[in-house]
Design a protein around this ligand. Structure first.
Ligand SMILES: *Cc1c(COP(=O)(O)O)cnc(C)c1O
Length: 384
């Protein structure tokens, strides 16, 4: 048996040989979408702070006030003594905003997915999940210990075939997809998927981490497509458009009550710090008060795709697919020379051969920022 260090070094060498080694870079947030890396200011198109609320005076003040009033940490899990008053307010406002009966806050979006899926399905049940789902839902599906069928990305026909083939052999079934796919920026056909799920007596769960705050006046991808009534379980994050940290699930009162009793990542993990909850709550109130803000990221993404002659963006995320990991690293380095921070995304986060620059737009970007990035992408011949 090798020493643990030898084991780790050999594994790392294999990862490096595949061009997949990741080295985190210290990045300091400056004003608007600017970021400082290695002493250089870069205009970032890699963040998920879609509504530019991370730096908003009201959001900052709410977080500070929450620390003054409640201290820095929740001190315990929610079911013990961690359920501070701000939780109730945020859960109630999130539920109202998404037209759900109830909501439950988790430590992160990742924890929300890995806790919720195994609380709803288990042995003898069936999960049908889009093949491009985020890692957290894939992990949640694995943890559930039931049969998992991947359906082809956004392919309603493939889901239907799989339901016809498998549904009858299982007790309960759930169809899981994303509102906006995090690495492709494309939208799931939620109305068709939801209808199909219910036709086959399957529940319908949507992770809308990237649609919330940016589509449907900020209410998300389901509202933008008129599918909101068919979503049984809505998962989201407080860490993107809401500029904070944490995750949530919106559903019926009984589903939420079940999650409170059965979702292990909720029960056995400390409640969110009051400052994070206060920041998210204030960000949500700003979103409700200023729905026009929610339209800005998509408008910038559309201006960008228009400038480059690409098909129109459908969300705030535009992938520039360049093929190999090396191409993606080179393209990112080229843009960095021009003063832009666009982080390359490589396998295994995306399928082999589809390494990319994932360009994300926020309310902080001006039309001039967008035009300058498009010019740089074109001048550097980033993609064919
Ligand atoms: C970011 C993301 C998550 C995880 O949310 P966190 O709050 O960052 O843990 C879950 N699902 C999708 C689709 C995401 O993009």
């Amino acid at each position: 048996m090798p020493s643990l260090d030898t084991f780790a070094e050999e594994k790392l060498a294999r990862i490096a040989a595949q061009g997949r080694l990741r080295e985190p870079v210290v990045t300091r947030a400056l004003e608007r979408a600017w970021a400082m890396r290695a002493g250089r200011s870069l205009l970032s198109f890699s963040g998920n702070d879609y509504l530019a609320l991370r730096d908003h005076a009201e959001v900052r003040a709410a977080a500070t006030a929450a620390i003054d009033e409640h201290g820095t940490g929740a001190g315990a899990a929610y079911l013990v003594t961690g359920n501070h008053p701000l939780y109730v307010e945020l859960e109630s406002e999130l539920a109202t905003f998404t037209e759900a009966a109830a909501a439950l806050i988790f430590g992160s979006g990742y924890l929300a997915s890995i806790g919720t899926i195994p609380a709803l399905v288990g042995s003898g049940d069936l999960i049908l999940i889009d093949e491009r789902m985020h890692a957290c839902s894939m992990t949640g599906a694995r943890l559930a210990g039931c049969t998992v069928e991947l359906f082809r990305h956004n392919d309603v026909g493939d889901l239907k075939r799989k339901l016809q083939l498998h549904r009858a052999s299982f007790r309960n079934a759930i169809v899981i997809t994303e509102g906006v796919f995090s690495m492709d920026g494309d939208l799931a056909p939620l109305p068709a998927l939801g209808t199909l799920a219910h036709e086959f007596e399957a529940w319908f769960m949507v992770d809308d981490a990237h649609g919330f705050g940016t589509l449907g006046d900020g209410r998300g991808a389901a509202f933008a497509s008129g599918a909101e009534a068919s979503v049984d379980v809505l998962v989201g994050t407080l860490s993107k458009a809401l500029a904070s940290y944490g995750g949530y699930v919106c559903a019926s009162a009984s589903v939420i009550a079940l999650l409170r009793n059965r979702a292990r990542s909720f029960i056995y993990s400390t409640a969110l710090p009051p400052a994070s909850v206060a920041a998210a709550l204030t960000a949500l109130r700003i979103l409700k008060r200023e729905p026009a803000r929610a339209a800005l990221p998509l408008a910038s993404a559309r201006a960008f795709t228009h400038a480059l002659g690409l098909s129109p963006a459908t969300s705030a995320i535009v992938p520039l697919i360049v093929g190999t990991s090396d191409n993606a690293m080179r393209a990112a380095a080229d843009l960095e020379r021009d003063g832009f921070l666009v982080v390359p995304i490589r396998p295994p986060t995306v399928p082999e051969g589809s390494a990319r620059l994932r360009v994300s737009f926020s309310a902080a970007h001006t039309s001039d920022d967008v035009a300058r990035l498009a010019r740089s992408v074109r001048a550097r011949s980033i993609f064919a």
